[in-house]
Design a binder for this molecule. Sequence first.
Ligand SMILES: Cc1cc2nc3c(=O)[nH]c(=O)nc-3n(C[C@H](O)[C@H](O)[C@H](O)COP(=O)(O)O)c2cc1C
Length: 194
Amino acid sequence: MIATPSPLLTTAPVERFFGYYPGTVAVITSAHEGRRNVMSAGWHTALSKEPALYGVALGRTRYTHALVTASGAFAVHFLPFERADAIAGVGSVSGRDGLDKFARFDLAASAGAVLDVPILHDAYVAYECRVRSVHEAGDHDWVVGEVVALHHRPDAFDERRVLDAERARAAVFYGRSTFEALGAGERAQHRRIG
Ligand SMILES: Cc1cc2nc3c(=O)[nH]c(=O)nc-3n(C[C@H](O)[C@H](O)[C@H](O)COP(=O)(O)O)c2cc1C
């Protein structure tokens, strides 16, 4: 029996590093019966291309969870590094008691193209999602949405639809309130074989 898989690794209590990143943090908007809200979600991913499905883990105590499950809709946004303040901010306070986080964190928004969800002006890409299924996963629910509309900043992407880091620097989250601007690094293109 090998104690650890590598001499460079050591075991740690699960809660010590669990859920650490780095990775991008999605900003989730929702609305229901005249109330709207916005929060951060580091646990999210694309799931399917045809149909386009996107999944996000929503803690059942989040006000967002209540609005998303009641309305059947949410929007997923990616904001640039310059708005890391808002990404951190909307993830640190709840809208449950009436706080307007859009005003508090200076997030302008317009109506969705298809669904009743706010679309943030600062996003370089955003997906409008209609809830397809909700799966219990521990203290979170894994909410799967079908992407029914997509918004993007054309100037932020090159002709191959790759994010142009000169124009929109993704905000990479490292945990512990730490963000880094993506973009200055080396890029390599590795082609698929076959
Ligand atoms: C960087 C970051 C990532 C987060 N990721 C998640 C997540 O994936 N799922 C989740 O339910 N909460 C996540 N949170 C916590 C919620 O954003 C936070 O509880 C928020 O205040 C909920 O707002 P609401 O009650 O107005 O919906 C994250 C917070 C931060 C700062």
